[in-house]
Design a protein around this ligand. Structure first.
Ligand SMILES: [Zn+2]
Length: 167
């Protein structure tokens, strides 16, 4: 059974057990729960709410909802031309997909930028930061001084944003 509360989605299995077992898959951000047969939905929701902070801290990346992802696709139709024009840089291909361990990547050889759809769960400043970061890789491959200077030119508080995304 699937239970969703406060942005947490749990896959609940009823078993012949006495205690409750809760596991968070860090990669997917999914919660798996084994509960004794007869546990009510209210009890399960209460436990999920009580454990909310713990669950969120275990997730590697926040999981964006389909609605958020759709919104992000829409926003990018404006944000991509906006930042490309502002930076005077351009990618030929943009790939949007859910990734487990990185927010974005850039392949300057084929002029392709990949953005993690899970960014949709974060504030828009994070999406802008990743977009600018990947566009900057069109010029600089690594994360050297010049690279960060270029990013900082467009996102002056990139350090704060980056830190917020690592939590
Ligand atoms: Zn990078």
């Amino acid at each position: 059974m699937k239970i969703e509360t406060e942005g947490i989605c749990a896959e609940v299995t009823f078993k012949k057990i006495k205690g409750i077992y809760l596991r968070v898959d860090p990669a997917e951000g999914k919660v798996r729960m084994n509960v004794p047969i007869g546990t009510s939905q209210d009890e399960i929701i209460k436990i999920l709410q009580e454990k909310k902070d713990w669950i969120l801290s275990r997730r590697a990346l926040p999981a964006a909802t389909e609605e958020q992802k759709e919104l992000m696709r829409e926003r990018l139709k404006e944000l991509i031309p906006y930042w490309e024009k502002k930076m005077g840089l351009h990618a030929d291909h943009y790939i949007l997909k859910s990734m487990k361990s990185r927010w974005g990547s850039c392949n300057p050889l084929i002029r392709q930028i990949t953005l993690n759809l899970e960014l949709a769960a974060l504030p828009e400043e994070c999406l802008c930061y990743v977009l600018v970061h990947e566009l900057a890789h069109m010029v600089y491959l690594g994360h050297g001084k010049e690279f960060w200077a270029l990013v900082e030119q467009y996102i002056p508080d990139w350090k704060r944003i980056r830190r917020s995304m690592r939590e």
